[in-house]
Design a protein around this ligand. Structure first.
Ligand code: UDX
Length: 455
């Protein structure tokens, strides 16, 4: 624990932080900001008006909107990464505009030292700006170590022709990453290393390597093998901290979280409820949506299903659901306080799209998973949870009602599920220890604090 004078002294050290404006990126950046604030640093958050954070939840931070002139709180409700990249990352003058803003900000800070800039790894162009202003830049990588390593091998995977293989090869193993099948790599969503997304990830990797350090929302024991590999790929200071163990992601939620579910959850038997959520961006086709609904009914388990508005392509909300659904057994809500739901004793399993935050939140609460994957790093996370950590069943062949029901029952009812649940419980304990004094995550946090203090 820090002594009070040490914490107080650090109030004169300010950290400027810049999240990417999507829920899965905002949450870990705010968890990190809370952590650094709790250690005494003063915090300034730079943000776009698009998906602007709820500043009222953070009276202890300073906020500054930059880069776009959109209306406050404008949400591109179904904005894809490509739209975002178009609007912000590929804009010719983005670096210049960022430099102007940052320079003004640095000039306005008095009686304080700005220690560093921490940006999401995707804001790659901020590295040259930070360099030109002699400001150290650290990056927050919101995905796992494993997915970062796979992403850094995209040019290699492209050279070997994986992205161009046709569907007859989907079940084949990727020899460079024996854990993965061709279909996992193809799900990243890249057709060749000339794709704008591939180029964006390439720029991100290059500027991570040029940065003063990288922070992952993870912990050593979860990704031990990857940690041994990572020094070759990222020869910079590296920190692995399990954010959900210190601060919940709920305070930075962009959507209103439905709190009315708790009296209902309180009435359910221990570990009897399947919680389902596909994160903040993923969408499904109408047919897939109905398969999910039927699969839930077929499973005969109690469920709490988050159906985000516009989750179903071409639909507003749940108007496609059959009459009488969800019936006695289920509840459907627009958005939930996810971490708190996972921590609730009635929750028995989490059917997730395998976004990294959701995955780690589930690991931290010891909840076994049914993993789906839609895009980006999700198939990599799903594969890792099912085959390495072995705390999940991977629903790897799309969404069909019988397979859905069978995967749910494997976790909730079958003997196999007991073993998976037990491994999830043990992994939670390891995560708990890691966050305690002397544990790996805690030590990594302490060394991050020392490192930033020394900059
Ligand atoms: C995406 C990627 O999928 C992810 O892998 C990447 O690292 C970051 O961006 P997203 O698809 O939204 O994010 O998923 P995820 O990373 O799981 O983040 C979703 C967040 O929203 C979680 O922190 C979760 O707690 C929160 N959430 C989700 C809610 O607060 N309520 C809900 O009902 C559902």
């Amino acid at each position: 624990m820090d002594s009070q004078p040490e914490t107080t002294a650090r109030r004169h050290q300010r950290i400027i932080m810049f999240p990417v404006p999507f829920q899965g990126h905002i949450n870990p950046m705010f968890q990190l900001a809370n952590l650094l604030y709790s250690k005494g640093f003063s915090i300034t958050i730079l943000h776009t008006n698009f998906n602007a954070p709820k500043t009222s939840n953070y009276p202890h931070f300073t906020f500054k909107s930059i880069l776009d002139n959109g209306h406050e709180n404008e949400r591109f409700s179904q904005s894809s990464l490509a739209d975002f990249a178009q609007n912000f990352l590929f804009k010719q003058d983005a670096a210049e505009a960022f430099r102007d803003e940052l320079e003004l900000l640095l000039a306005s800070v008095q009686d304080e030292q700005v220690s560093c800039l921490i940006t999401d790894a995707l804001w790659h162009f901020t590295q040259s700006v930070a360099d030109s202003l002699n400001l150290p830049r650290l990056v927050l990588r919101t995905g796992s170590l494993y997915s970062t390593i796979v992403y850094s091998s995209i040019p290699l995977l492209d050279d070997r022709g994986y992205f161009k293989l046709d569907d007859s090869h989907l079940e084949e193993q990727v020899s460079e990453f024996p854990l993965l099948k061709v279909k996992d790599v193809k799900k990243i969503g890249i057709k060749s290393s000339k794709d704008p997304l591939a180029q964006l990830l390439g720029d991100m990797m290059k500027q991570i390597k040029a940065s003063s350090g990288i922070i992952w929302n993870s912990f050593k024991e979860l990704e031990e093998t990857e940690l041994e590999r990572v020094p070759d790929d990222f020869p910079i200071p590296r920190f692995l901290i399990t954010f959900p163990k210190y601060f919940t992601a709920s305070s930075s939620s962009l959507l209103e979280q439905d709190q009315t579910i708790f009296p209902w959850l309180d009435q359910q038997p221990t570990k009897s409820v399947v919680y389902i959520s596909f994160g903040s961006l993923s969408q499904v086709e109408e047919k897939e949506f109905l398969e999910i609904a039927h699969g839930l009914v077929y499973s005969k388990q109690t469920f709490l299903w988050v159906v985000r508005p516009e989750f179903v392509k071409g639909s507003t909300w749940v108007e496609l659901l059959p009459d009488g659904f969800p019936g006695e057994r289920g509840r459907v809500v627009e958005w939930a306080p996810q971490q708190e739901v996972l921590a609730h004793e009635a929750t028995g399993a989490f059917w997730t799209h395998s976004g990294w935050n959701s995955t780690l939140e589930s690991v931290c609460e010891g909840v076994p998973m049914i993993c789906s994957s839609v895009l980006a790093d999700q198939a990599l996370n799903a594969r890792y949870m099912s085959d390495v950590s072995r705390v999940a069943v991977y629903l790897e062949n799309g969404l069909q009602r019988e397979e859905i029901a069978s995967a749910i029952r494997r976790i909730m009812v079958d003997e196999e599920g007991k073993e998976i649940r037990e491994r999830a419980r043990v992994l939670k304990q390891i995560a708990d220890v890691s966050a305690m004094k002397g544990g790996s995550s805690n030590k990594s946090m302490e060394s991050l604090i020392d490192y930033i203090s020394s900059l």
